[in-house]
Design a protein around this ligand. Structure first.
Ligand code: ZN
Ligand code: ZN
Length: 421
């Protein structure tokens, strides 16, 4: 199954897609501020003959192409960038700034490759629209806001996405990964972790730095909680069950001679099933309460759930069919099994809400020679910048082409007329 006829115009479309990618890369926008990006994507969908809906879940865009009898296939890409200062040294590096959710001015960079994701989907939507005589069904292109902020998919769903475009029968999505450019990595079952973001507030009793005996020092309490949290993975979790607990932020006090009232920790967890995630959440609550009681805190600790991502769980049968189609197109040297990924995604919400099978896969975007050298010399973790790094710098070719091809193949694998294959 190669779908060469549908993919043939991609060669001549590539310069335009390259320009589009560079434009998105130079103009990254934070979660729920993707107005420029959304407007451009909506304009292109309209030009390609899609019925276009905008402002879904604040800044989300969905295009529908109804093309006769057949299944509804939803292709999803996320649009948002990160508060990261770009240090790639690329001629098209971002110098953009934005305002974060707390109202602070921050640098903004497409450090997770979402600029590539939207370019891929825009390119695939154009090709599929131009090849309407070769398939039938309903194609839905979803450009989602706020993936990094957690709730973008749920916001679009809560805003009636499926009332506007119809509930999909199949859901597909992909992510740029630090693997050799042009490689496509698939995995049946769970691919990416579930994750919680929690805020733990520890109440103490403030006072003069010289008289700790009159206080319950939240700095000491917080330090003790941070250390004790390390035992959730090391002592409470089976060695065969991957899990992560990270304290990413701690805030206590304002100056050296004042003991503060409270301390606030922000904790991030990863697990590979719902039960594992709930177990980590419960253990964090138990430890925070236990340490607060031990310190003689005047009030119990408070644990708030800020965000939660589901596991990205690929339908095994659908993934198998897709992996075969990728193998036929990209060949065995570029079609590989994906490892378990501790990163998280809210892509799974679309399939879950529709009760439809979904598959998410990874497309490599890094200089193949650099990656392979780093791998063979055991320096991969140190030398290859991960997603979210200020040095995350995907190469354009063949990355751009590969991600358009995967989406077209995924859509056609459900919708193509038999003769096209
Ligand atoms: Zn990311
Ligand atoms: Zn991402």
């Amino acid at each position: 199954m190669t779908y060469e006829r549908v993919l043939a115009p991609l060669d001549s479309a590539l310069p335009g897609l390259e320009a589009l990618y560079l434009d998105f890369h130079r103009h990254p926008e934070l979660a729920y501020a993707e107005t420029r990006t959304a407007a451009e994507l909506a304009r292109r969908l309209t030009e390609d003959g899609f019925e276009v809906h905008t402002g879904i879940g604040r800044t989300g865009v969905a295009g529908v192409l109804r093309n006769g009898e057949g299944p509804t296939v939803l292709l999803r890409a996320d649009m948002d960038a990160l508060p990261v200062e770009e240090r790639t040294g690329l001629p098209y590096a971002s110098t953009a700034r934005g305002v974060d959710a707390e109202g602070r001015e921050v640098p903004v960079m497409h450090a997770c490759g979402h600029d590539m994701h939207v370019t891929w989907l825009s390119g695939a939507a154009s090709l599929l629209s131009a090849a309407r005589e070769h398939w039938s069904g309903t194609l839905v292109a979803v450009f989602q806001p706020g993936e990094e902020a957690g709730a973008g998919a749920l916001r679009m769903l809560g805003d009636g996405l499926f009332d506007l475009v119809g509930a999909p029968d199949f859901v597909f999505g992909q992510h740029l990964a630090p693997a050799p450019a042009g490689w496509v990595l698939t995995r049946p079952g769970v691919l990416m972790a579930a994750s919680d973001s929690l805020r733990v507030t520890l109440h103490g009793r403030g006072g003069h730095g010289s008289r700790p005996e009159t206080t319950v020092d939240p700095a000491v309490l917080a330090a003790s909680v941070v250390l004790k949290l390390q035992t959730i993975v090391s002592r409470e979790t089976a060695a065969t069950e991957p899990a992560v607990v990270t304290v990413g932020s701690m805030h206590v006090g304002t100056t050296d001679n004042v003991i503060a009232d409270d301390a606030v920790l922000e904790v991030n967890t990863r697990a590979f099933d719902e039960a594992g995630l709930l177990r980590l959440r419960a253990a964090i609550g138990r430890i925070a309460q236990g340490e607060a009681a031990t310190a003689g805190a005047p009030e119990p600790a408070e644990v708030e759930l800020l965000r939660s991502y589901p596991v990205t769980d690929n339908d095994a049968a659908l993934n198998g069919e897709l992996a075969e189609a990728f193998l036929a197109h990209f060949g065995p040297e570029a079609t590989l099994p994906a490892p378990l990924v501790t990163g998280s995604e809210d892509f799974g919400e679309f399939g879950r809400a529709a009760g439809a099978p979904s598959v998410f896969w990874l497309v490599g975007g890094h200089d193949p020679e650099e990656v392979i050298t780093a791998m063979t010399e055991g320096r991969f973790e140190r030398d290859i910048p991960s997603n979210h790094s200020p040095r995350f710098a995907p190469v354009l070719h063949p990355t751009l082409r590969a991600g358009v091809e995967t989406l077209v193949i995924a859509a056609l694998s459900r919708m193509a007329h038999p003769g096209v294959r």
